[in-house]
Design a protein around this ligand. Sequence first.
Ligand SMILES: [Fe+2]
Ligand SMILES: [Fe+2]
Length: 266
Amino acid sequence: MTVHEEPEAPGAFRAIDGMGWVREPLDDAVTGRRQVIAPPAAATLGTPAHRDAKAAQRAEMDTPGTVYMMGDNPALPKMPERPTLEDFYRLRFDDFSVSHMLQSARLARQKGLDEKVVLACLLHDIAVPGLLRSDHGYWGAQLVAPYVDEEVAWAIEKHEALRYFADESVGYSYPKEYIAFFGEDYDPPEYIHREHESARKHRWYMTSRLITLNDMYSFDPDARVDFEEFGDIVGRHFRQPAEGLGFDGSPVAHMWRTMIWPNNFL
Ligand SMILES: [Fe+2]
Ligand SMILES: [Fe+2]
């Protein structure tokens, strides 16, 4: 399906074939060019948009003065030159996800849990609003690994598997939401079963289990929690690079840059 809508400020985006967008030039555009955004393969594989959007984008590129989007997308807030963790929470992630992570961190803090656990809760779903949903625990752990204690990254990674398995000894049951989300007969894949079994025997098991425990109660749509509330814990336990996240040459810097410029063609 082709949607032809008149561009309107401030975004001035026109959808092409369901997924894929053209930003029409506005007065504020530096180059005055039309810019085409191609969604990443991970977002469209397995859907009609994967094939259709590509063909539509190529057709758009035939219009003179059209280029692919590279660099700052004017529809997104501009990131500072040296972005901090808080900048990503403020300028990139959606309110629902941020609120969920902050509520979960607040809950952990109210229970008097170790600061490392509070930080793990604050970061546990970081991949979902910024990068990818699928395997989000693994992506999230990798994103933060160079900047946090090894135990924190480990706990974030393993929450991916632990959420599917009850541990009644600490009061964690299989989330009711998952029955609605995935159906009552959902059985996670074999690798998730194996991950759960080995995580249970690990010395940091409870750190990851505590993420799942503070996760399930943290979806209050009316809750208001500010990132500032955790400024002290982030300051003590998140090694913010002086060059900014994305520019410190770490093995994961590219992942942060992808969240700064998520629409870059290459
Ligand atoms: Fe999660
Ligand atoms: Fe969560």
